[in-house]
Ligand binder design. Structure first.
Ligand code: DON
Length: 575
């Protein structure tokens, strides 16, 4: 392990296990049909809502969205309310100092995607994370003031609300402001993620998050006065309250203090981008997915197009299925890692990569009995955190949103006086072509650092329509590149394997991202005998803990079913 990754591991290891995939102390149960996978059945209980649904990683944030639905808001109003509430109650991933992607389907047939990904600051340079003396990557893309891209969350959420919502910003932000001002009860997941974090205590947020030097204790009320004030300013002034004025000044002051490079000009220039969702089909169902600057939509589409050429797929848990899924993921990720980047800076071959003809060519290169090899390298450690949330309303409008600071608590840098964490999204760029980033992704020139450029994302907020064009699923995940594979698998589990949403979410997952050439799997994804068969085919297997963190909604007769990630924490709240 390079020192960069050793450092990284120290910073985040405990946070990962404490928060992203192991929230609470789930009672582990055997889920029979899935060969003994260990997830908590209790925590995956589907929730029914006749009128609407919000599913997220934080109970008070889901309740904030449901409150807005109850007050007559639509799914977009609820999504923005949930997004701001997550910035308060789920501070390791929910954010105003980061960015995300929101995928919107309106009942009247309109589809829209908004990309509020961070951008590289104007003073960023291609090799800014490479030590000139040693030629080696530093950890500065991960921890500290240089790690942040210019935040997009406030601009993106406000823009989505203005175009597709029905309520004023101040109304949808009211629950978040209340949660910041009056506080919320710290749960053990937040406590443990703070306990495991080594970045935050290096920076200004220490006194707030570690009162008396100890992490916030479970069961205590946590009030964030500075954040409440920042949210009030945004509620009153809109994005201008974040990108200019005292909040922006506080952000820039902290950047200057810590040797960061984000300026007032960077903030002034930030703009979210409306995108056309990628529309693809899988066995007659329609998928609406996220185009670049996320790689999610292209990679999912390419994977599913490859799989579709095989006719009905072998059964879940079989060697034949796991092999095909792995080989499809491998091929889609090879393209992802080499060819995708911000479309404003590189030409992305979207048409080709999402075409059925191209998928047939790739499918023809799959040997049904043998793994295709890709050169291996060391697996990097994996800091986290991102969060996905889904909302639906009584009219049939749905919103699928993924947002992130990248690592847990982002760069660890907290903005004094304004009360929020800044992202460490710069690590999603190719900091050095050929070297793995913190998710082990080896990426190419298309994703190199350029001022003003968006770093390639894996975030995959997705909406699936049934054969009649009605919403079937609203789903997405957290987990770096595992976002793409987990979201694809939940969809395959429902469409191909006819599982309920709860079963589809519980079903143990597998992951392959081309490099490292390792088939990672959760316990129960297949039996030991199947594992032997896969090894005999040439797959390198690595059993791992929870692979991603998804939150989904499914339309059912008479309403909506919400299921939050069984491997983690959160809640679905119906209306
Ligand atoms: O945009 C991306 O692909 C990453 N920044 C996502 C990071 C993530 O999902 C961390 N997860 N739990």
């Amino acid at each position: 392990m390079s020192s960069r990754f050793t450092r990284l591991a120290l910073v985040v290891l405990a946070a990962v296990s404490a928060s992203c995939h192991h929230g609470g102390t789930p009672q582990t149960v055997d889920i029979g049909t899935y060969l003994g996978g260990q997830v908590s059945l209790a925590e995956a209980t589907p929730v029914f809502g006749a009128h609407g649904m919000v599913s997220s990683n934080s109970e008070p944030a889901s309740a904030a969205g449901a409150e807005i639905l109850q007050a007559g808001g639509n799914a977009v109003d609820a999504a923005v309310a949930t997004g701001f509430a997550l910035a308060v109650t789920y501070p390791y991933a929910g954010n105003i100092g980061g960015g995300g992607f929101m995928n919107i389907h309106m009942a009247d047939g309109r589809n829209a995607a908004i990309d509020y990904r961070e951008v590289a600051p104007l003073a960023a340079t291609r090799d800014m994370f490479v030590d000139p003396a040693t030629g080696k990557l530093t950890d500065k893309s991960v921890i500290g003031h240089l790690a942040s891209g210019v935040p997009g969350a406030v601009a993106g959420m406000a823009e989505a609300l203005a175009k597709y919502g029905t309520m004023p910003l101040s109304a949808v932000m009211a629950p978040a402001i209340r949660l910041a001002k009056e506080g919320f009860i710290v749960d053990s997941a937040l406590f443990r993620s703070l306990r495991g974090n080594r970045a935050v205590p290096q920076f200004a947020g220490k006194a707030l998050f570690y009162p008396g030097g100890e992490p916030l204790q479970p069961g205590t009320r946590f009030v964030q006065a500075e954040l409440a004030r920042t949210l009030e300013i945004i509620a009153a002034k809109g994005p201008a309250g974040f990108y200019s004025g005292e909040v922006a000044e506080a952000l820039v002051e902290e950047q200057v203090r810590g040797g960061g490079i984000i300026t007032m000009e960077d903030l002034r220039r930030y703009k979210p981008e409306w995108r056309t969702p990628i529309r693809s089909t899988y066995r007659g169902y329609t998928l609406l997915t996220m185009p670049p600057a996320s790689s999610g939509g292209i990679t999912m589409t390419e994977t599913l197009n490859i799989l579709e050429t095989f006719g009905p797929l072998p059964r879940y848990g079989s060697a034949a299925y796991s092999h095909l899924l792995t080989e499809a993921f491998r091929r889609a990720f090879i393209d992802r890692n080499a060819k995708l980047g911000d479309p404003a800076f590189v030409k992305v071959p979207l048409e080709q990569l999402t075409s059925k003809t191209y998928a047939s060519q790739l499918a023809a290169s799959i040997d049904r009995n043998k793994a295709t090899k890709t050169p291996a390298f060391k697996v990097a450690s994996e800091p986290e955190h991102t969060t996905h949330y889904s909302t639906a309303d009584s009219k049939g409008n749905v919103v699928s949103t993924t947002t992130t600071l990248n690592g847990g608590f982002g760069s660890g840098v907290w903005v004094p006086k304004a009360g929020f964490f800044l992202n460490n999204e710069m690590d999603d760029f190719t900091a050095q072509p050929g070297s793995p980033n913190m998710y082990g992704l080896v990426q190419g020139e298309a994703n190199a650092i350029v001022p003003g450029k968006r770093m390639l994302s894996a975030m995959s907020p997705t909406i699936v329509l049934d054969k009649d064009g009605k919403v079937l699923l609203v789903v997405g995940a957290a987990g770096g590149p595992r976002i793409i594979t987990a979201t694809t698998e939940v969809i395959l589990n429902v469409i191909e394997h006819q599982m309920s949403l709860a079963d589809a979410m519980r079903a143990p997952r597998l992951h392959h991202q081309s490099l490292p050439d390792t088939l990672r799997y959760e316990a129960g994804a297949f039996s030991d005998a199947v594992a032997d068969s896969l090894r005999a085919m040439g797959h390198v297997l690595l059993r791992t803990s929870g692979l991603a963190n998804a939150n989904g909604i499914m339309r059912v007769s008479g309403g909506w079913i919400g299921v939050r990630e069984p491997r983690s924490m959160g809640a679905s709240v119906g209306h």
